[in-house]
Write a protein that binds this ligand. Structure first.
Ligand SMILES: Nc1ncnc2c1ncn2[C@@H]1O[C@H](COP(=O)(O)OP(=O)(O)OP(=O)(O)O)[C@@H](O)[C@H]1O
Length: 695
């Protein structure tokens, strides 16, 4: 590999930017591309917005405004970060030898591309071409950039057998940069194993198991952006959704897709996803929540809904003029049986029932010599006699009423749970003090997930085109079903790490999770190169792995910097001040600082920080609209986040706050793996045994 490295990469190889002709040539191409982008934008702004009628005009104006916005140049960034030189063998080369790869497509007046989108077919070679499979690439060039200027380039001549592979300094500098603010995109440095996941087809559900910091979240978000590019028509209609563990996480990752030009992707949590069914106002004991999240509940609920259809014991009688038309009960019963056997939702069957009954009335009319037409059938279907009859045999359902019945009445529950749940399990489910009505019930999150299942049994939940489900290891089978029904006709990207499962219902295997999601048999890919956590820190955290996830390995840190690890014991009463001292020392350098502590210690830490005039935010409480260098993070909120430097306070207590030892140590594993450059552990209690003993 030949390089021309900038001061910010390696001071030993500083090129003279003013005289390096190659860099000057590339800088000139960048200037051309900027000019053409400005031209494209000006043309869009000058486009006539009158399409004909007012609605079309408004639609066109909106589309043009969005396009103009997406064509806005960002002077702090460059329009491309890579270049491909191709031989004639690449199928998409179209006679061009040189292609520049960037965040968006830029073309000149006659339509010739100056920059191609990183998601275009051809760009795949930028990420995946190798010496063993050059994909028609003779030279791959990566650019070092600094504040909107090209500062360096690195070349790989993939078809030159004499050239040695060397480590990319540009990739290294990207990975080593101090973290500030929310997560950034990684388009310039997506790795080959990541790119394979990003570009998996629209119909493909893929599950990624990866240790902390292996880029799962980054890959999931880039996959969403790629899908929206490659299948724009289909997916912009059906929609793409990102589901993450909590709001703090969504705020951390929420800027990535807009930065890639995708502003219409929803970001939500499982809790928010099902919130339309009822507000969460109660909580369950862990054992009850585990049971309510068990997939067997789906069978109980399906039975409860099916049982709402009542046998037809009376004939249907429809008065019309001087006549009273009758459909005998056995005929209605036959009709109900047919509808029950069809694979349609309760509500859909109820919707067609009036017409079916009316049709039988019509048959009776015909038998008596009348010749009624379709309008008569419609009129009969709308009569109050038919409506009332439908209400008795196939009543309207409120999911909350059905669940209220199940959880408050032992007989009702026994009828539907017989052979599915044990007597003991049925006892656990029943409310000790049933609420008076569905409106006064204090539904727990697990209840609301059951309501979501019930709602779907009544009326099919619309499916999106694609769902990216992050931290998926933490979802119960019933929660996975809730997400799965939202991509039942689409596909999913399922991201997680079994070792980071911190719920009592966390999954033991991806095969199981995928089956509950409705995507059984989907491919599971493992990522094992760690881009976040430096070696010293990951080795320390990995001491927990044999207990929390036997069989799973630690990531191989690809960071050059081994990182810093300090473990310090202080007296209990001195702990808050020791935390503030450490935070102030760490905050003297650029980069974010996360102080991760057990919930119960937060008030004392806040008092100590306030007393010393420190400026900080509290994640999970404050909204992410203000960026603080220092964040106080309850241990339960830390999942998926990263900070340049992390202070973990009182690990033994973080572990002890969880319902069992394994979950406690898994929580600890999560918090110990948030650091990009350094980890400080401050404790007054003894450390958990696995951390205390040298690894
Ligand atoms: N190819 C890459 N180039 C540069 N940075 C990368 C790359 N892949 C991942 N990263 C960076 O590594 C860090 C960790 O990535 P990410 O948060 O996606 O990991 P994760 O596997 O989801 O971690 P966790 O399991 O802890 O949630 C992020 O800062 C991300 O930008």
């Amino acid at each position: 590999m030949s390089t021309s490295a900038p001061p910010d990469i390696s001071p030993d190889h500083t090129p003279d930017r003013t005289t390096d002709p190659e860099l000057a040539h590339e800088q000139a191409h960048l200037a051309d591309a900027r000019r053409e982008l400005a031209r494209m934008r000006a043309k869009t702004l000058a486009t006539d917005r009158a399409a004909g009628d007012a609605v079309s005009d408004a639609f066109l104006a909106g589309a043009l405004a969005r396009r103009a916005e997406s064509l806005q140049d960002d002077p702090t960034s460059t329009l491309f970060f890579g270049r491909l030189d191709l031989d004639g063998s690449h199928p998409d080369a179209q006679g061009h030898e040189t292609w520049y790869v960037g965040r968006r497509h830029v073309s000149d007046e006659v339509g010739d591309p100056l920059v191609i989108d990183w998601r275009a077919n051809l760009s795949g070679a930028f990420y995946r071409a190798s010496r063993t499979e050059p994909m028609g690439v003779t030279r791959r060039r990566r650019f070092g950039v600094d504040r909107g200027r090209l500062t360096a380039y690195e070349d790989e001549h993939l078809q030159d057998a004499t050239e040695q592979d060397t480590r990319s300094a540009i990739l290294a500098s990207e990975i080593e940069r101090p973290r500030v603010g929310p997560m950034r995109d990684i388009v310039a440095t997506i790795q080959p194993e990541q790119d394979t996941i990003v570009r998996a087809g629209a119909g493909t559900t893929i599950c990624v198991q990866g240790a902390p910091g292996t880029g799962k979240t980054a890959v999931g978000l880039h996959r969403a952006a790629w899908l929206l590019y490659a299948f724009r028509d289909k997916l912009s209609r059906s929609g793409v959704l990102v589901v993450g563990p909590n709001r703090a996480f969504l705020e951390h990752v929420g800027a990535v897709l807009p930065a890639l030009g995708e502003v219409r992707v929803g970001h939500t949590t499982v809790e928010e996803l099902v919130a339309e069914r009822a507000p969460v106002r109660g909580a369950d004991e862990p054992a009850v929540a585990v049971l309510k999240g068990d997939a067997r509940m789906a069978t109980v609920l399906a039975r409860a809904v099916a049982a709402q259809v009542r046998p037809a014991t009376e004939p249907l009688v429809v008065p019309r003029g001087a006549h009273r038309w009758r459909v005998p009960a056995y005929e209605v019963e036959q009709l109900l049986r047919e509808l029950r056997e069809r694979d349609i939702r309760y509500g859909a069957a109820r919707g067609v029932l009036p017409q079916r009954l009316a049709h039988h009335v019509l048959l009776a009319m015909e038998r008596s010599g009348d010749s009624p037409d379709d309008q008569v059938q419609d009129a009969v279907a709308r009569t109050s006699a038919v409506k009332k009859y439908v209400e008795t045999v196939w009543p309207a359902l409120d999911p909350r009423q059905v669940l209220l019945g199940l959880l408050s009445d032992a007989d009702v529950l026994a009828r539907h749970a017989d052979g599915v749940l044990t007597d003991e399990e049925q006892r656990m489910l029943l409310w000790h003090k049933p609420p008076r009505s569905k409106a006064s019930a204090r539904w727990s999150l697990a209840d609301v997930v059951l309501l979501d299942e019930l709602a779907d049994l009544v009326d099919r939940t619309p499916s999106l085109g694609h769902v990216v489900l992050d931290e998926a290891q933490d979802l119960s089978p019933m929660q996975l079903r809730a997400v799965g029904r939202r991509c039942s006709t689409g596909s999913a990207t399922v991201l997680g790490d079994i070792a980071q499962g911190t719920t009592p219902w966390a999954t033991a295997s991806w095969e199981e999770s995928l089956a509950h999601l409705g995507k059984a048999g989907s491919h599971v890919e493992v990522l094992d190169r760690g881009f976040r956590v430096p070696a010293l820190v990951i080795d320390y955290a990995a001491r927990l792995l044999p207990v929390i996830a036997p069989g799973l390995g630690a990531p191989q840190s690809v960071r050059d910097n081994p990182g810093r690890l300090d473990v310090e014991r202080v007296a209990t009463e001195a702990l808050p001040d020791a935390v503030v001292d450490t935070v102030q020392a760490l905050a003297a350098e650029p980069g974010s600082v996360g102080v991760i502590a057990p919930e119960s210690l937060l008030p004392a830490l806040q008092r100590a920080l306030d007393a010393r005039g420190a400026s900080y935010g509290v994640l999970g409480r404050d909204h992410g609209d203000v960026d603080h260098q220092v964040d106080l993070v309850p241990a339960t909120v830390a999942k998926g986040l990263e900070f340049d430097r992390v202070v973990v306070v009182e690990p033994a207590r973080i572990a002890a706050d969880e319902p069992d030892e394994r979950t406690g140590l898994r929580r600890l594993y999560v918090v110990l793996t948030r650091a990009v450059s350094g980890l400080t552990v401050l404790h007054s209690q003894d450390l958990p045994e696995l951390l205390a003993t040298a690894g």
